[in-house]
Design a protein around this ligand. Structure first.
Ligand code: PPS
Length: 315
């Protein structure tokens, strides 16, 4: 079950320039990135990646429920085999397109050499405009996106920035909120990210599935059924129950293949500040945002989403 994790020093040296800077990729798309020139080169390699019709991609804005959705999708595609899921790190079952360095499992190199006969499971936080060019141009394979309401997404991200030693210190919440509003975070603006995937999911119904964290939370079994239908997998009621139970927050938080406790052991995540599996709730933002911060957030959401058909639940 263990995978190569290295020490915090290895991780730091593999992650040059922990400073956020906006860079222009080879296709002209601008993105705030961490990791400097090496990250930019890597993202340009992702653009060139060759896709396969049976690829399965989980895409999200960071902290929207990626790990949760990855686990559900993998189990749907693997006959609810929770025995295998419990002994194989999720980072070994999935490749992470934009991953730099040796921490947290498979990356682009492993994705490019993935055995042909096996479904390639991938995760990414990249905006749609930086997915492999082939996939941007054509609906080659299935992609599942999960979005989470911006207030909970932002608070979850704030705690992740505080506990993850590779990320720059976010400072007080007030400052982080400003960065979230302005899209001055790795992977850019939540609003632009979600909006583009939503538009694409409308254009490419049948190959892009747009899920909501809040719906998964409200009725996980119903979401699993819809996802299985999208992935063209026949699951029995018992298998759906098994997946829902395995993927319940209470069980995932104690499951070492998905809870990133290996990065606590390696010194990269500081659990005293926050656990990776922190709260797993809808509406936790109420415990963190002041009345005035919340009012400012509401004004911004109204401004940025005034033309959206997409609506979010906040509690
Ligand atoms: S990452 O690092 O961007 O991949 O993080 P990501 O997995 O997207 O998001 C982490 C948040 O998802 C919560 N989570 C869950 N919620 C409900 N049910 C389950 N099973 C589950 N698994 C993970 C996790 O707790 C983080 O949210 P917060 O609000 O911080 O608790």
């Amino acid at each position: 079950m263990r995978m190569k994790i290295g020490s915090i020093n290895d991780a730091m040296s593999e992650f040059p320039e922990p400073v956020l800077r906006v860079d222009t990729m080879s296709n002209g798309f601008d993105l705030p990135i961490l990791g400097g020139e090496r990250r930019k080169q890597h993202l340009n390699e992702v653009l060139k990646m060759k896709m396969r019709p049976d690829d399965v991609i989980v895409a999200t804005y960071p902290k929207a429920g990626t790990t949760w959705l990855q686990e559900i999708v993998w189990l749907i595609c693997n006959d609810a085999d929770t025995t295998l899921a419990k002994i194989t790190m999720q980072g070994e079952r999935y490749g992470w397109m934009e991953k730099l360095g040796s921490i947290a499992g498979k990356g682009l190199e492993e994705l490019n050499t993935w055995p042909r006969e096996r479904t390639r499971f991938m995760k990414t936080h990249l905006p749609f405009q930086l997915l492999p060019n082939e996939l941007q141009n054509e609906a080659i394979c299935k992609l599942i996106y999960v979005a989470r309401n911006p207030k909970d997404n932002c608070v979850s991200s704030y705690y992740f920035h505080r506990m993850n030693k590779i990320l720059p210190d976010p400072g007080p919440l007030n400052e982080f909120l400003e960065r979230f509003y302005q899209g001055n975070l790795a992977f850019g603006s939540w609003f632009d990210h979600v909006d583009k995937y939503w538009q694409m999911s409308q254009e490419r119904q049948g190959t892009i599935y747009f899920a909501f964290y809040e719906n998964m939370k409200r009725n996980c079994k119903a979401e699993i059924k819809k996802l299985a239908n999208f992935l063209e997998k026949d699951l029995s009621e018992t298998q759906i129950d098994v997946i829902a139970n395995h993927c319940a927050f209470e069980n995932m938080k104690d499951n070492k293949t998905v809870n990133y406790s290996h990065l606590v052991e390696s010194g990269l995540f500081d659990e005293k500040i926050s656990k990776y599996m922190r709260k797993g709730q809808v509406g936790d933002w109420k415990n963190h945002l002041t009345i005035s911060q919340n009012e400012r957030f509401d004004i911004l959401i109204q401004k940025k989403t005034k033309d959206w058909t997409l609506k979010f639940d906040f509690e």
